[in-house]
Design a protein around this ligand. Structure first.
Ligand SMILES: Cc1cc2nc3c(=O)[nH]c(=O)nc-3n(C[C@H](O)[C@H](O)[C@H](O)COP(=O)(O)O)c2cc1C
Length: 218
């Protein structure tokens, strides 16, 4: 599969089999990820690859509990439900949506490792450049994984349980954890977006301005 097709066909995959990921494929994906552009060649990034069964079980548990917290916060409660009932709904929804995560064979965690190359009073600009670069690195991984028939999904659910996540992988305080992904063989590759998401996809021309802001592309 070429790059254009892999970009078109990449989808967020949330249901996985337990089929292992080939070690040579994994190495290739990691190296492709690290070929992404990096602001100022700072390489203010790292990846943690988690394959150990106990660690990935603990990681999946944190991601699923973080997902439940995300759904609790982001989805409106059904009319008449108590906060406890809504939280219970969110846990059930996370279990249903992410229920195969305990069997995902590999997790890849994208990290921002500050290099402190900018003057101190520009540190927030440096952080922006670093986090954007980590995003590029992960996108390389997602697209390359798709080309190899492997699934991924950008995931930030660990943000809700960051201390626990950090402790699990011994990540020091100065290293940030912008996003991570499961990596494995999908039960099936989603074709297109779910209808509810397709419905809110903005027509591409409305997102492109010709020459100046405010002139949607004809
Ligand atoms: C910055 C970012 C954070 C995301 N966080 C999550 C997440 O925590 N969990 C999840 O299941 N999907 C997450 N997603 C995936 C989006 O929901 C998904 O990309 C979007 O619905 C479009 O679907 P697609 O990836 O199949 O095109 C995230 C995507 C991005 C870009």
């Amino acid at each position: 599969m070429d790059a254009l097709e892999a970009i078109r066909k990449r989808r967020s995959v949330r249901r996985y089999t337990d089929r292992p990921v080939d070690e040579a494929d994994l190495d290739e994906l990691l190296r492709l990820a690290l070929l992404a552009p990096t602001g100022g060649m700072a390489q203010a990034w790292s990846l943690i690859v988690v394959r150990d069964p106990e660690t990935r079980a603990a990681l999946a548990d944190i991601v699923m509990r973080g997902g439940a917290e995300y759904f609790r916060v982001m989805r409106p409660p059904a009319p008449g439900t108590t906060p406890e009932e809504h939280a219970e709904w969110a846990r059930g929804y996370a279990q249903q949506a992410l229920g195969t995560y305990p069997q995902v064979p590999v997790w890849v965690v994208g990290l921002r490792v500050p290099r402190d190359l900018f003057p101190a009073d520009q540190a927030s600009l440096e952080r922006d450049a670093d986090v954007v670069s980590v995003g590029f690195m992960m996108e390389n991984l997602y697209v390359a994984a798709r080309a190899k028939g492997l699934g991924t999904v950008p995931t930030v659910f660990h943000w809700f349980l960051e201390d626990e996540f950090r402790a699990l992988l011994d990540i020091p305080a100065e290293v940030e954890i912008p996003l991570l992904t499961p990596l494995g063989h999908p039960e099936e590759f989603p074709v297109g977006l779910p209808p509810a998401l397709e419905k809110i996809r903005r027509p591409w021309r409305t997102l492109v301005h010709d020459e100046r802001w405010g002139r949607p592309r004809a």
